[in-house]
Design a protein around this ligand. Structure first.
Ligand code: I3S
Length: 128
């Protein structure tokens, strides 16, 4: 619920837990550091939260909805990341400023759903 409050005017296309690691920042390669995030795909952004909204204690209030980071998907490239990791079900996203990250799910159905949702949003953003 808190997540939805963060996107009052944008439809949430998809949200869920994914494993994530950043592999490049502004074109500069980074060492992998896999961790799990609650990921929300809405508008032209992919937004990362430390925890899913249901596990945020109510006492935290609005601070609980503060994202860890977000990514502008306009002009981004999306590909399967099989050549970049030994893990199964990895997606590779590269943004226009040269930030790159991998998203991974052990659940193949969930992986396919993320792949489809991201592809649709990125293609729609290209069409304008
Ligand atoms: O592509 P790499 O660099 O072989 O990825 C692995 C390493 O980053 C490794 O860390 P150290 O080099 O600090 O030991 C990670 O623990 C692995 O998870 C990385 O590989 P996968 O295949 O899980 O993305």
């Amino acid at each position: 619920m808190i997540t939805f409050l963060s996107f009052p005017t944008q439809e949430v296309e998809k949200s869920g837990m994914l494993n994530k690691t950043k592999i490049a920042e502004g074109g500069r390669k980074l060492r992998k550091n896999w961790g799990s995030s609650w990921v929300v795909l809405a508008g032209n952004s992919l937004v990362f939260y430390k925890v899913p909204p249901t596990s945020v204690p109510a006492v935290w209030g609005p601070a609980g909805s503060r994202p860890e980071s977000s990514v502008d998907l306009r002009g981004a490239a999306l590909a399967h990341g099989r050549h970049l990791s030994s893990r199964q079900n990895v997606l590779h996203v590269r943004t226009v400023p040269g930030h790159e990250f991998l998203l991974q799910s052990d659940d193949e159905t969930e992986f396919r759903a993320w792949h489809r949702a991201l592809r649709e949003v990125i293609d729609r953003l290209v069409r304008g």
